[in-house]
Design a binder for this molecule. Sequence first.
Ligand code: CO
Length: 497
Amino acid sequence: MNVNYNRYVSLMRKISDINGSMAVLSWDQEVYMPAKGAEIRAQQVATLSGIAHELFVGNEVGDLLELLSKDDSLDVHQKKNISETLYDYTRRKKYSTEFVMKLSECTSQAFQAWSKAKNTSDFSLFAPHLKKVVQLKREECELLGYESHPYNALLDLYERGAKVADLDILFNDVKSQLLPFIKQIAEQPKIDSAFLFKHYDKDKQWAFGIDCLKQMNYDFESGRQDISSHPFTISFNPNDVRVTTRVNENDFREMIWSCIHEGGHALYEQGLKIENYGLPSGEAISLGIHESQSRLWENNVGRSLAYWKCNYPQLQTIFPDHFGKVSLADFYRAINMVEPSFIRTSADELTYHFHVMIRYEIEKSLIEGSIEVEDLPRIWNENYKKYLLIDVPSHKMGILQDVHWSHGGFGYFPTYSLGSFYAAQFFAKAKNHLPELEQMIEHGNFKPLLQWLRENIHQYGRFYTAEELCTKVTGEKLNFRHFMDYAKAKFSNIYNL
Ligand code: CO
């Protein structure tokens, strides 16, 4: 046994124990904590976060990594863990304590200002804070270093290896291929979806959501579902991965697809190997790959005809007054209605990507300095008019709708679209490997699909990069064609094109 490697593993696990404990506290904060608990809880989380950080950037880890990165006796998996940890370590070391504190102070004030600005729909309350955040983010790019474009440094934080040059090509494809298709759809008769907005009993929805998670093979012995104001998935380790959802009694869509979406994230986390706990090989690759797992279940599976052939009869029994007289075909069309709207989080599968593209272009330009914060409301509204053909009625429904920028989360948005595009590419390959997949879904048999995802994606952790994994699984790197093929086949049928 390699003494140094064992020492490395035990240190990494110690850090994960602290991170996992922090996660439990954060979960509790969103799910159960009383309002007055907030102040001390923030302090507790900050303390643990400081301890984990010190442990990670301390000399012991640094010395071990130096020794182990020259150690030829390690096997290929061990070497990969060391090189990944060294990457994380080197990046973390680039941040001075002073910069971290400045950013954290600035973003906590920006968040408060954003909440107020959003409530009153007044961008001028947020603008001065956003300016400071952007300034610090520009500094962060310099501190991290980059090639070609400063925004690449920020993309790397969420989607390692993602580059402006590639994303520009991708979003140009979105403009040149998806936009004309959406315009074609817009010329078709409107789909009637009014029945989705009747009153749906909360408890009945909840019970149906739990059944959907069970059907996906989400393991309730390694997880649980609770209610929170924003749905999320959180992992303490692969044997304890929790999801939350919210129930809207006046919009049937909200609970069910957020449930399936978070379930998809959770299946990924539950599929990481417990023996790799604490190590890069026990961690998810990137936000884009994570999102590919949630979107695959939410859209490619959960909004498919096969899925509802299986589940619609039960839904009709639970809500006979709502769905008793609605045919499966009409239900399927209603849940897949394409219609430009203001709010990203409730957008349909197709128009969604224009919400992301608009944010991507704004972030890129802000970071490179070709636009300034004052220009944002105008640019936002012009782009919504140009690509989604709608007039934004207020800043609350426009530039102020997302929390991300107040947190300093520049570089995050593109991962949402990457997730859908990876999902389409993976799902096409899964269908190839499992020719009976559609029939399996129709019969509620999701085990083969989950098995396929486990074998091809989940089990590897960070052993491969996103691009390597995609190439290994599908034979090519990310290619927008797969999403477009999926969209055309599905929506041409729905809209009789
Ligand atoms: Co997600």
